[in-house]
Design a binder for this molecule. Structure first.
Ligand code: ATP
Length: 373
């Protein structure tokens, strides 16, 4: 049972034409602008993008911690723009886990129910259930200071479970955890989401985290959404070079090229070598500067003298059953990243041939960076 004037139940969350400016010395800083998307009732949506692109500001507007300069936040059909943060019934998780240090884990987990006036026996019951889901039932009588970082995160997650919130808002909740714990807590968050099924907005700068957890991902850049879609769409159909380089790890290789619409060919200059591809791009008649994009997974390494061009192997990193290799190449950043299977016999310093998988190339307008098909 929630307070009469608070927002209960689980709803679609709509961010409608959101704009947020901050007053700064000498004018205003537009933190986000023209933000439009929905988080479905059971959906997990991530906001990703480089530092300062507006992820946290967007989340804080949904939370009610910032007042939009213009635009609306809706839960279902209800405009909650004027509903204060503490009446939105949201569960929030941030990088710094705010457990009350003087309370036991049990009291911490049960706290949202105490605020609602639920009687002690019932709220402890709920706390126990949530602790079991999060696999920390033995921690209930302990204090936050006695728990590891991962256990504290689990306790914080358990607290959000008992709250039965209208939506989950998480801002980089894993960034303080070591690599192993990160994977663990990531799984826990997904488990909670599958179980509780509330709309979730998740902020991270880590595209891999977003790719593994989300139903949909919004890539932000400079206060705007560049593209929103499923992880598969973002990976296979990036709208522009920004999204293409942001999604996927290691990131996409870009090579300058020229498209000739009369011969339907793309010419890439690679030092003394030239690589000509037959493709049909939707371009104005004449020749045009384009950028060819190729993911590391679509570059094959061959013996010197074979393939499209050759280069010196700079770096070989073995990661599980794959090798991440970096070869000198005619790309924007002077190197070609190639991910190949671990059975390759590679030695740093040797000259290798590289072949680009013709079926897996992307083409972009060199001026705008937009994908061309
Ligand atoms: P990060 O990943 O570094 O946390 P972010 O994508 O979450 O970044 P925001 O924190 O939303 O980005 O910031 C977006 C822009 O708004 C930045 O340029 C930031 O400097 C500015 N900004 C954010 N909060 C304020 C504020 N209170 N006053 C002035 N400018 C702000």
């Amino acid at each position: 049972p929630s307070a009469e004037d608070s927002v209960g139940g689980s709803w679609t969350v709509t961010i409608d034409n959101l704009r947020k400016e901050f007053k700064v010395i000498g004018g205003v800083e537009v933190a986000v602008d023209d933000i439009n998307f929905e988080i479905g009732e059971n959906e997990f949506v991530s906001l990703v993008g480089p530092s300062g692109c507006g992820k946290t500001t967007t989340l804080r507007c949904v939370a009610g911690l910032e007042t939009p300069t213009s635009g609306r936040i809706l839960f279902g059909n209800r405009d909650v723009s004027d509903v204060p943060a503490n009446k939105r019934n949201l569960a929030m998780m941030f990088q710094n886990i705010a457990l009350y240090p003087h309370m036991t884990i049990k009291d911490n987990i049960a706290y949202p129910l105490k605020v609602r006036g639920v009687v002690k026996a019932e709220r402890y019951d709920e706390a126990k259930k949530a602790a079991e889901i999060m696999q920390i039932p033995d921690m209930l009588e302990k204090y936050p200071g006695e728990l590891s970082g991962g256990q504290r995160q689990r306790a914080a997650l358990a607290r959000t479970i008992v709250q039965d919130p209208s939506a989950f808002l998480m801002d980089e909740p894993l960034s303080d955890l070591d690599a192993k714990l990160k994977v663990e807590v990531r799984k826990e968050i997904q488990r909670v989401h599958k179980r509780v099924k509330n709309p979730t907005l998740y902020v991270t700068h880590d595209q891999e985290e977003a790719m593994t957890m989300s139903d949909r991902i919004a890539v932000m850049n400079d206060g705007r959404i560049e593209q929103i879609g499923t992880p598969e769409e973002m990976y296979s159909k990036p709208k522009n070079m920004f999204v293409a380089q942001f999604i996927g790890n290691p990131s996409m290789n870009f090579l300058d090229a020229e498209y000739d619409s009369s011969t339907h060919t793309v010419d890439m200059a690679a030092g003394d070598e030239r690589v000509r591809l037959s493709v049909n791009l939707d371009r104005e008649p004449g020749s045009d500067d384009v950028v060819v994009g190729v993911r590391p997974e679509a570059v094959s390494l061959l013996p010197d003298g074979q393939g499209d061009f050759s280069g010196r192997l700079q770096l070989v990193e073995r990661i599980g059953d794959r090798i991440l290799s970096t070869v000198d190449g005619p790309t924007h950043d002077g190197e070609i990243r190639a991910t190949v299977s671990a059975d390759h016999d590679l030695e740093e310093g040797e000259i290798v041939g590289m072949e680009l998988n013709r079926d897996r190339l992307y083409f972009f307008d060199a001026g705008t960076g937009d994908a061309v098909g």
